[in-house]
Design a protein around this ligand. Structure first.
Ligand SMILES: NC(=O)c1ccc[n+]([C@@H]2O[C@H](COP(=O)([O-])OP(=O)(O)OC[C@H]3O[C@@H](n4cnc5c(N)ncnc54)[C@H](OP(=O)(O)O)[C@@H]3O)[C@@H](O)[C@H]2O)c1
Length: 302
């Protein structure tokens, strides 16, 4: 068996930490990780702390590791902060993507870039890879630019557009799914939008699908998301029911012009037809994703 060196960037993040955990359990990968702060994961091997905006650090990192594969998860993901500080969003999301893509290309490392469902105007649903992006906020604009820089610098890279939920590591701010879960668990009422749609996938299902992409020679853009479109409200109700919590703590609400600082589109849903056809694999529906999340509830990344 040939063991491949896999570098995961943003390993302190929600997705990055889950990918480190997922791939470290597989004998065919030797996992290396990097993040800006010191590692918040216990017992992590092969961790390198540094700033991916610094091209010299990126080049040194690749020279030392010589990765066969790289999964780049780094971005500024706080949508409202991106709107308030567009140059910070550019530096964190676009500059890091450019540096990683260029260096991966120079070193001959296969690159997977994690993108988003925030690229469209939300006027239709189930966006395909061929739909023309029209981001409505700075987060979407920087992610689109990061995709473009990645492909320009590294034409054989794979770009994965997604939206995911699950458990994040200790020390990470609660993610949307965790926020819903924690409030319901503590019998606190929350408002969730009935007119804001997405196609979320549980993070370990996403990790499995990323593994399929890595093992193929796929290049270009591919959506990896849940097979079922739902509103944030429907997501919350399904999570409450599966967890045995009282769904009446969730109140339906509608997006208002002042709901967020950054403009939001009402439909982020992604079509997964291309993934199905390319990989001959199915992706989970909402029930399957939530079921797996709940099964993993006692288990927390550390
Ligand atoms: N969360 C979602 O539902 C969602 C949905 C669609 C797409 N995505 C995409 O998925 C990816 C991962 O999202 P996430 O939620 O896991 O994000 P996250 O939790 O914010 O993790 C991103 C990590 O990037 C690291 N980072 C930031 N700037 C850096 C720099 N200059 N150099 C090195 N590391 C840096 C941070 O590390 P430190 O903590 O060490 O500073 C942070 O932990 C992003 O590309 C995002 O656009 C996320």
């Amino acid at each position: 068996m040939q063991v491949k060196k896999l570098l995961i960037t943003g390993s302190n993040g929600f997705l990055g930490s889950n990918l480190v955990h997922f791939f470290s359990q597989r004998a065919d990968y030797e996992v290396f990780s990097t993040s800006q702060r010191k590692s918040i994961l216990d017992d992590v091997k092969n961790f390198y702390q540094g700033d991916l905006q610094d091209l010299e650090f990126v080049k040194d990192l690749f020279s030392v590791i010589k990765p066969d594969l790289v999964i780049n998860t780094v971005s500024l993901v706080n949508v409202d902060l991106c709107e308030e500080r567009p140059s910070l969003a550019y530096d964190i999301t676009v500059c890091t993507a450019q540096n990683v893509a260029q260096t991966a290309h120079e070193m001959g490392s296969r690159l997977i870039y994690i993108s988003t469902d925030h690229l469209f105007d939300g006027k239709k649903s189930m966006y395909t890879e061929d739909d023309i992006p029209a981001p409505v906020n700075e987060y979407g604009r920087t992610k689109l630019l990061a995709e473009q820089k990645t492909i320009q610098a590294n034409p054989t890279s794979a770009i994965i557009r997604t939206n995911f939920f699950g458990w994040s590591p200790h020390g990470h701010a609660p993610t949307f799914g965790e926020w819903v879960y924690n409030n319901l668990k503590d019998n606190r009422s929350i408002n969730l939008f009935t007119d804001y749609y997405f196609t979320p996938i549980e993070v370990t299902y996403l990790s499995e699908a990323i593994n399929s992409v890595i093992r193929s020679d796929f290049s270009g853009i591919i959506n990896i998301a849940g097979s079922e479109r739902c509103s944030k409200y429907e997501f919350g109700i399904a999570l409450a029911k599966e967890s045995g919590f009282d769904p009446s703590w969730i109140h339906p609400s509608k997006i208002a012009p002042d709901s967020f600082k950054a403009p939001r589109q009402q439909d982020l849903s992604l079509s997964i037809e291309k993934f199905r056809k390319t990989f001959k694999l199915e992706l989970p529906d909402l029930h399957q994703s939530i079921e797996r999340t709940i099964q993993k509830e006692p288990f927390r990344l550390s």
